[in-house]
Design a protein around this ligand. Sequence first.
Ligand SMILES: C[S@@+](CC[C@H](N)C(=O)[O-])C[C@H]1O[C@@H](n2cnc3c(N)ncnc32)[C@H](O)[C@@H]1O
Length: 221
Amino acid sequence: MTSRAKRRSDQLFEQLETISLRAHDADTTDILVVHGQDVLNVPDSTHLPRMKKFRFQLLHQWLIHNFDPCRAADIGGGKGLLAHLLMESGWQATVIDPVPQGLPDKYKDLVLGRRVKIDPAARVPNLPSTFETYHAQYFDLLIGMHAHGSNVKIIDAAAEFGCGFVIFPCCVIDEAFYPPLGVSWLESLADYAVRQGIVLKPFRLNFKGQNIGLYALPRSI
Ligand SMILES: C[S@@+](CC[C@H](N)C(=O)[O-])C[C@H]1O[C@@H](n2cnc3c(N)ncnc32)[C@H](O)[C@@H]1O
């Protein structure tokens, strides 16, 4: 990342933290805890290796370090590698994606530091559909890694059903609203979520591309 791009990314991250503080200030009744930690202190990805790619592996590690196994929807999950990794870690995971795609045949395991083959017979549960808010009633955590057409719906679903979410928004495609001129998509989504009463926080993973995420914990935690 050039130093200019890094500065911009840092500024955006600070703006997101400021937006998220509005929700934390409003929400003093509900101290949210994951793995015994206050939500304000869920670790960033600094304990993870510095990788330029491997976003699914990095997000998988971040999730299993910060959340107990739960029912996760991998929305716009594409080939389903994240769902597969979560299932290997004892989670229940379902891909919701209108375009069914098979699992890759191998991936790099960052912990073991080697390539791992995926059994050709391996499958992840798959709902071949666009994501709709009512799907959320069956899940504890909604995950949208560069998902299309789903970020606003994920926030709406979290507000309605109390699920947590982890989103890495990238392009604005088929969404219910678009960011106003001069406002980034991430800020716009964070602001929208806070106005729905959601307590959220930004975090970063060390992969190349759109690597700033927003997360909110399930209300039941
Ligand atoms: C950019 S890809 C991201 C795939 C994967 N999560 C990744 O990070 O590589 C966007 C995915 O969103 C899916 N998608 C498009 N519209 C969707 C919708 N309304 N609901 C759920 N998934 C959708 C596409 O089929 C595609 O797999």
